[in-house]
Design a binder for this molecule. Sequence first.
Ligand code: ADP
Ligand code: MG
Length: 243
Amino acid sequence: MISIRGLTKRFGSTAVLDGIDLDIAEGERVVVIGPSGTGKSTLLRCLNFLDRPDAGTIAIGDVSVDVARATKRDILALRRATAFVFQNYALFANKTAKENIMEALVTVQGRPREEAERRAREVLAETGLAEKADSYPAALSGGQQQRVGIGRAMAIGAELMLFDEPTSALDPEWVGEVLDLMRRVAAQRQTMLIVTHEMQFAREIADRVIFMEGGRIVEQGPPGQVLEAPHDARLRRFLRRVA
Ligand code: ADP
Ligand code: MG
């Protein structure tokens, strides 16, 4: 359902993504781990052109894009097929929780406001934030803000949800509720690509774990194999450090 071939991104002369090949099945949960600076965020950001990749192809559902020749229409199609959950939530400070969720529904999907508002209320109920609909981000805890961030991504109904370290900016007390919401999203058979350092969560939720280093996929497989019986020495070293 999702097929990435030869995805390459250079910043200056360094290849931050060095020819990534990756297929993701519908409903699959893929967790990406690896040391910082190895291109995990860049991989996610290139999939929806938050960063512009230099070479390769990205196919999501019936959208297929040769990234070097991507048109505006291709980029919009990829953005519609994906929903991004950011480490720092990236909510609009001057919009309420409900308005934050409505934003993409109105501006990217072109839905009428009343319909977007109905969808936002549904999602706020699902995320346990119904009573916070009219609160501004500054009045919400970190955990609540990130739940709005996830709700915004859920509302879009994208084929692929991208999570870039969604709990790493949170105080420890808020991590649990955000992981719980991600479990609920996973239970809906949503296709998910998740960068996280929460190894216990990865073990529990992932169909497949990918270890990246130096812009490449070094090892991948079921969590039981990658996390419990790693082959690659760099992966073993990484796991000792994060354990
Ligand atoms: P990770 O998410 O695995 O920590 P990133 O994808 O954020 O890694 O970054 C990978 C590498 O790309 C790092 O060396 C980083 O410094 C570099 N990089 C990321 N974004 C930029 C940018 N906009 N300009 C230059 N270098 C960048
Ligand atoms: Mg990162």
